[in-house]
Design a binder for this molecule. Structure first.
Ligand code: SF4
Length: 332
């Protein structure tokens, strides 16, 4: 049966009263879905805050690796997703490709004992588990610098997966040598060796966009996410994770213009005026945008009927090691 958005909101609220559920929504969700969230935030914030939540079900509005992170940290919780959407970046690497990347380093003369792997949280549980099994850990865009700083104390090469942009941007900030596997560099010469993954949404921003805004509004500030290409971040006034961008923009003088290089839905609800999306296209994350109010209603209805849709499962061994990778990060 087709309902209007108003009817769907009402029915979702009725289920929220009736069922032991917590609706969790990532910042990049559509506005109408985001507004239904009991807990909202970035991927790490959501995984951590749901750990402390005591509802039987977590209904996760986001992409697959995020739902998995909740399940990994809180294995007893039942985690369902209104839509089993995939993050494009997370799908660029799996366990086999990770092992292949390690082999490439081995062939370049870097033994496993001299590799410290770090995976961005935007990776699936299998990759997090493999990284942890090699003594490595997880990072987010807000703590990547701290994690890399700490990791370097071990005197090893860092294998950074899957986001080449985040890895290279942090390396640049720290004056470290970095490269991307396959770019022709001598891997032994680099401190941070990055896997060749990227976010398709954050690749939409260009230096031309920055030049356009600087010319159109002299004095405008450019704020970007470190998943953007290093050339974009180098030309920006501020580079920060989602939470850091939100704080930076909220603290600006209301008259200060700012152009922001990150996902459209987030930018759109940041500030009522003087905030621009740093792109001539609409940089929406297509998979984040797949989740609709109808999907949210359908999944709540399925819980009520005792046959939950789209439940996240992670096998015991993967869960154990992925959790170790996440907990090593949280301990720092
Ligand atoms: Fe993945 Fe990029 Fe979408 Fe974030 S914006 S979920 S990194 S594809």
């Amino acid at each position: 049966m087709q309902y209007t958005d108003k009817e769907l909101r009402q029915k979702i609220n009725e289920y929220k009263q009736k069922l032991s559920v917590t609706i969790v929504a990532h910042f990049y969700q559509r506005d109408e879905v985001f507004e239904m969230g009991d807990i909202t935030g970035d991927s790490l914030e959501l995984a951590m805050r749901t750990q402390a939540d005591d509802a039987d079900y977590v209904v996760f509005c986001g992409v697959g690796f995020m739902g998995q992170s909740v399940k990994v940290l809180s294995p007893k919780k039942r985690v369902v997703m209104p839509k089993l959407a995939c993050c494009a970046m997370a799908t660029m690497i799996d366990g086999f490709m990770y092992e292949n990347a390690v082999n490439i380093l081995n062939e370049a003369g870097i033994s496993n004992e001299n590799i410290l792997p770090i995976t961005y949280i935007n990776s699936n549980a299998e990759v997090k588990a493999k990284v942890a099994q090699m003594g490595g850990l997880v990072c987010t865009s807000s703590n990547a610098k701290k994690i890399i700083t700490n990791a370097l104390k071990e005197g090893k090469k860092i294998l950074f997966v899957p986001d080449r942009c985040l890895g290279q941007n942090i390396a640049n900030q720290m004056n470290l040598k970095s490269c991307v596997i396959g770019d022709g560099s001598d891997l032994k010469e680099s401190d941070v060796i990055c896997f060749n993954g990227f976010c398709s949404v954050h690749q939409l921003f260009s230096v031309d966009d920055i030049n356009f805004y600087r010319k159109k509004f002299p004095g405008i500030l450019i704020a970007t996410h470190p998943e953007c290409d290093p050339a974009i971040c180098d030309a920006s006034d501020f580079v920060g994770s989602t939470s850091q961008l939100i704080k930076f923009i909220k603290d600006l003088d209301p008259e200060q213009k700012v152009a922001v290089g990150t996902e459209f839905n987030l930018v759109n609800r940041l500030r009522p005026k003087n905030t621009y999306v740093l792109s001539s296209t609409k940089p929406e994350c297509p998979t984040m945008n797949e989740t609709t109010l109808q999907d949210l209603y359908d999944v709540l209805k399925s819980i009520d009927e005792g046959e939950p849709l789209n439940e996240i499962k992670v096998d015991e061994k993967t869960q154990k090691w992925a959790k170790i990778g996440l907990e090593r990060m949280l301990a720092l």
